[in-house]
Ligand binder design. Sequence first.
Ligand code: AMP
Ligand code: FE
Ligand code: FE
Ligand code: ZN
Length: 287
Amino acid sequence: MASLFAGPADLHLHSNHSDGTQPPAEVVRQAHAHGVRTVALTDHDRTTGWDEAAQAASALGMTFIPGMELSAKHEWRSVHVLGYLFDPDDAALRAETERIRDDRIGRAERIVRNIGRDYDLHWDDVLAQTAFDATVGRPHIADALIARGIVRDRTEAFDGILHPREGYYEPHYAPDPLTAVRLITGAGGVPIIAHPVTSGRDRMMPLSYIERLIDAGLGGFEVDHRENTEEGKRLLRKIAATHDLIVTGSSDYHGAGKPNVPGENTTADEMVARLIAAASGSEPRYP
Ligand code: AMP
Ligand code: FE
Ligand code: FE
Ligand code: ZN
């Protein structure tokens, strides 16, 4: 297939506009250094990094796909819905992401207050780890715990203090996945469920609910992701084939915040082409 985009595609990366540790341009440069040539920036619940990332991509002769990772919740499960090539000015989607981001702030303050009962940790410590106006999350609290010398890295923080079983956890507002899918398609974008089959009891949404998402316009699944189980990947490929859906593979790079490396998983050219063809909300930026 002749294509406008050139080479390995990594469609899931985070900058310091959410919980990555690097500015958007640096994220794109890192992706390029790892051989990626088509890149999407998918910060949690915001699109403010797009312009900087697009410019950096263009300077490096890369294709840029605008994206976002929208927070959702199914019963007790946190579900992440990647949205690609939607209209960033869509009023309904903007209102919802604003609501999520606002609620995340109060929620992070509550978590810090809970932790502060047992450890020397204060809200200012978290602010010191958060780039101006970034979507705040547990990773920023983890960074504050590291700065205080309470844990060594984010992994240790998530396995310990930040894990719900430790009792400091608080939830934040998020729409259900059906609403998330409709918001993204309503803005002309393509919704893809991020890392749908991570290990752990009942972590995957029931198949009957996934079928409702497909009926509502779900575009596909992020199959190749380091946190998906092998058994889960096989199941997802089967569902995708049955319903003729898109399958993607990506790194979920967070800079120094996670061991994930750009390009460790990639998306086939054919799937990138389908993603672009299915979208109407915004344009990819070609080199
Ligand atoms: P939150 O949305 O605030 O509950 O935080 C969830 C975020 O934390 C996810 O987007 C991940 O990027 C990050 N995260 C989850 N587990 C880990 C981990 N073990 N190490 C580093 N980051 C993690
Ligand atoms: Fe994250
Ligand atoms: Fe995610
Ligand atoms: Zn992610």
